[in-house]
Design a binder for this molecule. Structure first.
Ligand SMILES: [Zn+2]
Length: 134
């Protein structure tokens, strides 16, 4: 029963590792749509109408926010990279949780095994109740 559970957990880990490998390029950060005025003299944006949208990816490095300007031609690609990063982060968290489960399973089993060993190694027959005393 426990072995089957362990096998299932290991299978879940392997599946997630495979998925990680299939993700492709990743970029950390939060995509933020911003708007700006341009340099064209007669553009409606000069009156604050119809500002020009652009994309940045914002990240926090050592408690400082950094923004990465994304060229329009790369927007779709960069959004996919950001999504890949978020998916990878989720998968890493899941893998870590599953590995933790395996460790806990083994430490439980190790505790039972070491108690059994202690009982077997000890030369104190009083630790083994005689069938008549039960
Ligand atoms: Zn403009």
């Amino acid at each position: 029963m426990e072995l089957r559970t362990e096998k299932r957990i290991q299978g879940s880990i392997e599946l997630r590792i495979r998925k990680l490998g299939e993700l492709g390029p990743m970029l950390q950060g939060t995509p933020v749509r911003k708007y700006r005025k341009c340099a064209t003299p007669d553009c409606p944006c000069k009156q604050g109408k119809k500002l020009h949208p652009f994309l940045v990816v914002s990240t926090k490095v050592a408690r400082k926010t950094q923004t990465l300007y994304v060229p329009v031609a790369m927007e779709e690609t960069v959004l996919a990279w950001v999504k890949n990063y978020q998916r990878a982060k989720t998968l890493l968290g899941e893998i870590s949780g599953l590995c933790e489960q395996l460790v806990r399973m083994h430490s439980g089993r190790a505790r039972v095994a070491s108690q059994r060993e202690l009982l077997l190694e000890s030369n104190a027959p009083q630790t083994f109740p005689e069938p008549s005393s039960i």
